[in-house]
Design a protein around this ligand. Structure first.
Ligand code: ARG
Ligand code: ZN
Length: 872
């Protein structure tokens, strides 16, 4: 793909289509070696358009057999550059096409493709055009009837959206099934599956008393791993009724597990298709994290039935309308199911670690982008997670009750429609009377605001002042930034950590304890403050901003030990680690100061902390978070040295405590995935990793026994990871061999086995290459590729090794993958795109690696867009 062919799609150029599709009838005939698709599209001209314009349909890699308008064959047509152009002769007609496609060789995993032994589809965002000619855009919504025909012995299960209306036998051992979806939907929500699958059934009675049949389909060898997802689904259905008043609409809800999948899962109407890794689980093979992730994804896709399907997006610039809102909904669900503070800490940490760097790099884009080349590149943490934060701030500003009213109004008003983020915000404005005009900059301005805070206490006047100044660096294509609406959930504390009554001269909501900033500079004066207070700001991470607030050691320690807001306590502890590490890096002095050890001691001793929070408080910030927090050219070697020194020092200073805690956290309880048990295991993993870091042989014995005696995957992995990081080469390879021997027939376990090795301390490129040669590896399978390559790229010390060889290695893999699966290849460019944050020759080496991709032949638009932006 050459630069000149880069096609830029702009929000400003949005216009309605010339024709609408009312109904879509599909027949998909699957044969060995090819698939024939017949479509009949009932179309009508858009009443707002004059004359009888040409009809331009999307279609990729279609081999045309026949085209008709009603019963008249179309002899004049043009098919080039993925567009079919024909001239209708009436305002209403049925467009018919018979085409052939090649799912067996479709390694992009978009459209209809072969996943192991089954056929399945992925149509979001623009995959439907790989199945048949269509107006493949989300504002074109139709009812669908889908008939699938295939060999009965090989593909006994035939599924599509909606309800089954017919099935039967055909000649030559073939059969068919017909499905009808009565709800209008855009083509991106279409799905079809043909396979030899086992079905697990359950049911759910809705709030209005309707009985819904729930079905999960998996390949027979995975049949024992579907219970947890079914249970998560029922809890999600109940939660959405209770929290959002949303009842399920069809009579059947189906989930299919697919081993070959580009993303986590897909919310196709009534027929969700999931990456096997995001749905199949049991205690033996899934860790606590995995259970939590699966529960969240099942909920996420289910919630899309309303926030996404019943109300969909007008165009792809509105992607966050469904994704940001749905992530917000699933986060709230997880909070309700487990521990709200733990969830908030993890979400905020993820945002800072992954989204902040995106928002300060070459791919920074607003939650509502203005333009794109390849929409697949915009399924980002900004659209999803920052989008969820923006929705969360709306809730914070108007309060829970009005937010619910606004969401009710939104679902009612836009049911069956393709809406915009403005529509969503307008509903919130209508029910609350809150003026969101300025707030909407969160949708249009890219970049993370920085809020600098300073304080002043006047004992004589009993007045305390906080000054906030907000600013934003330019991002690509946006040099001017305007002030944002920033909700600051806050409290002032006395020396005992008690919250003081607030009397101030600013926009402070007493009920929600939220101070709202709207100007570049704001000074707030608090009256009647009889002693110097401690400011606890941005409680619960009330806005996705960077905060710079110089605090004394005494202030930090008070917040870290006494703040009643558990999120902020965690945040104060993290700030102590981060500020210290940054100082160590800048000074080239790797002595860990007593402040850090004091904080660790206090956290260890605090019996009021839950194990989950304690483990979060005792964990050092990741390398990735440190890189982002440095806000200057990063010397990666110095950074690694400082963090390793601090970890060593914490490990050695509390050696006895780590050993004792690790042992005391051992439990005889029967395994269950719940917040309490998961928190205990998480803390044990952390204490064990510090203990093992001290080099104590007893720690390794414990880790080895934990691995060997585990009756669940969490303990097994916790033991194995401690061995991988600290054990002898012989022990490491013993346990890895044992793992593979025992589990090589289980796909999820093999993926874990690959990931463990790719992310192990000190892994070399030779090991990565060997993994890619292993019988368990398959470069056409995104999960396997991610296990090895993403595992390596997130392994900071190995990927950023001193000889810089990691970069060229990854660049070559991106080029190799691009020929197979552009969408997955483009994601890996992220690991090179922030080259400018590093210093010296390292930055040069990363840039060179990007340049080698740019210079390669036959790049996809996906990879081109990301590489060109990174080099610009
Ligand atoms: N809508 C899916 C989800 O909930 C993601 C699909 C992404 N597809 C893609 N081609 N990028 O989150
Ligand atoms: Zn989604």
């Amino acid at each position: 793909m050459k630069e000149s062919s880069a096609r830029i799609i702009r929000l400003a150029e949005y216009k309605e289509p010339d024709y609408w599709i009312k109904n879509t009838q599909l027949v998909i005939r699957i044969f060995d070696g090819y698939t024939e698709v017949s479509s009949e599209l009932t179309m009508v001209k858009n009443a707002r358009v004059d004359g009888l314009p040409t009809l331009v349909l999307d279609g990729v890699e279609q081999t045309i057999k026949q085209l008709h308008f009603d019963d008249t064959e179309i002899s004049q047509y043009q098919y080039s550059d993925d567009k079919l152009t024909v001239q209708p002769v009436a305002e209403e007609f049925i467009f018919k096409a018979v085409t052939r496609i090649d799912p067996e060789n479709n390694t992009s995993l978009e459209g209809l493709y072969k996943s192991g032994s089954m056929y399945c589809t992925q149509c979001e965002a623009e995959g439907f055009r790989k199945i048949t000619f269509y107006l493949d855009r989300p504002d074109v919504m139709a009812t669908f009837t889908t008939r699938i025909e295939a060999d009965k012995a090989s593909f006994p299960t035939l599924l599509a959206n909606g309800n089954p209306i017919d099935e039967g036998e055909l000649e030559n051992g073939r059969h068919f099934a017909t499905w009808q979806d009565p709800f209008v939907k855009p083509a991106y929500l279409f799905a079809a599956v043909a396979g030899d699958l086992v079905r697990k059934d359950d049911s759910f009675t809705t709030c209005s008393g309707r009985e819904i049949s729930l079905r999960i389909f998996a390949e027979p060898r995975n049949a024992h791993k579907t219970d947890f997802a079914l249970d998560s689904l029922k809890r999600s259905m109940k939660w959405d009724e209770k929290r959002y008043g949303r009842e399920y609409d069809l009579d059947i809800f189906m989930i299919v597990a697919s081993d070959f999948f580009n993303m986590g899962a897909m919310e196709n109407k009534g027929l969700n298709i999931f990456n096997s890794a995001a749905v199949l689980a049991n205690q033996e093979t899934s860790s606590d994290d995995r259970f939590e992730r699966i529960e969240a994804i099942v909920a996420h896709e289910y919630f899309h039935n309303w926030s996404g399907n019943r109300v969909t997006c007008r165009d792809w610039f509105q992607l966050s309308l469904k994704e940001g809102f749905t992530v917000y909904r699933d986060a709230h669900f997880t909070s309700d199911m487990h521990d709200a503070t733990v969830k908030r800490i993890k979400d905020a940490r993820f945002l800072k670690t992954v989204q902040f760097p995106e928002d300060s790099g070459p791919n920074a884009h607003p939650v509502k982008p203005q333009e794109y080349q390849e929409i697949n590149n915009f399924y980002t943490v900004t659209i999803y997670e920052k989008g969820a934060e923006v929705v969360g701030m709306i809730n914070t500003l108007i309060g829970e009750d009005l937010f619910r009213k606004g969401s009710d109004l939104y679902f009612e008003r836009f049911d069956g429609c393709a809406a915009t983020t403005d529509d969503f915000v307008a509903c919130m404005q209508e029910v609350s009377g809150y003026d969101f005009t300025q707030f909407k900059r969160w949708y249009t301005q890219a970049g993370t605001p920085t809020v600098v805070v300073s304080q002043h206490y006047d004992a004589e006047q009993q007045q305390y002042q906080l000054s906030f100044s907000q600013s934003q660096k330019p991002t690509p294509g946006q040099s001017e930034k305007l002030p944002m609406v920033i909700p600051v959930k806050m409290a002032l504390l006395n020396a005992q950590g008690d919250e003081l009554a607030i009397d101030c001269d600013a926009d402070f909501n007493q009920q929600t304890q939220v101070l709202t900033l709207t100007e570049a500079q704001t000074t707030v004066t608090f009256s009647g403050v009889s002693e110097q207070p401690y400011a606890s700001l941005f409680r619960d991470f009330s806005a996705p901003v960077r905060v710079e607030f110089e605090l004394s050691e005494a202030e930090l320690l008070l917040l870290a030990s006494k703040d009643k807001n558990a999120y902020n306590r965690f945040d104060a502890v993290q700030k102590i680690y981060l500020d210290t590490l940054i100082a160590m890096i800048k000074n080239g002095d790797n002595q860990t100061p007593s402040l850090v050890l004091d904080v660790v001691r206090a956290s260890l001793a605090d019996n009021a902390l839950s194990p989950a929070i304690k483990s979060l408080m005792l964990a050092l910030p990741s390398y990735q978070l440190l890189v982002d927090s440095l806000q200057q050219k990063v010397d990666a070697d110095a950074l690694v040295a400082a963090r390793q020194a601090m970890k060593q020092s914490i490990a050695n200073s509390f050696k006895a405590e780590w050993a004792e805690l690790t042992l005391s956290l051992q439990s005889e309880q029967a395994y269950q995935f719940n917040a309490e048990q998961a928190g205990r295991r998480e803390l044990q993993a952390l204490t064990l990793s510090y203990w093992a870091e001290t080099g104590d042989a007893a720690a390794l014995d414990f880790a080895k026994a934990l691995y060997q005696q585990a009756n669940n995957q969490t303990d097994r992995l916790n033991g194995l990871k401690a061995v991988l990081d600290n054990g002898s080469d012989a022990l490491v390879s013993d346990l890895l061999d044992d793992f593979y021997q025992r589990w090589h027939e289980d796909t999820q376990m093999v993926e874990t086995w690959l990931l463990l090795q790719a992310s192990a301390k000190g892994v070399t490129i030779d090991t990565i290459k060997a993994l890619m040669q292993h019988e368990a590896f398959d470069i056409t399978n995104p999960n396997k590729v991610r296990s090895v390559l993403a595992g390596f790229m997130n392994n900071f010390t190995s990927y950023h090794q001193k000889d810089f060889s990691g970069y060229d290695f990854i660049a070559q893999r991106i080029i190799q993958l691009d020929a197979i699966n552009p969408q997955v290849a483009a994601r890996f460019v992220t690991a090179l795109e922030n080259w400018k944050v590093f210093s010296g020759q390292r930055a040069e080496a990363m840039k060179q690696a990007l340049q080698s991709i740019a210079d390669s032949q036959g790049r996809s638009p996906d990879v081109s867009e990301k590489v060109e932006k990174a080099l610009a």
